[in-house]
Design a protein around this ligand. Structure first.
Ligand SMILES: [Zn+2]
Ligand SMILES: [Zn+2]
Length: 57
């Protein structure tokens, strides 16, 4: 039986994307479509951004 994979970051939404960098399954809110990374990796890849404000949509 297939079970919806939950986003590894918020664990409350079904994961629809997979990070190209670490392979983490993430929901749309935690996926950076431009980079193809999860929010975690996207934040690390953009150190110039303001710290603590990584979930700008
Ligand atoms: Zn999420
Ligand atoms: Zn990642």
């Amino acid at each position: 039986m297939e079970v919806d994979t939950l986003c590894q970051l918020c664990e409350s939404r079904p994961a629809r994307q997979e990070c190209d960098r670490c392979g983490t399954a993430v929901c749309r809110l935690h996926y950076d479509g431009e980079m193809g990374f999860c929010a975690d990796c996207a934040a690390k890849a953009k150190p110039d951004d303001r710290r603590g404000d990584t979930f700008r949509l």
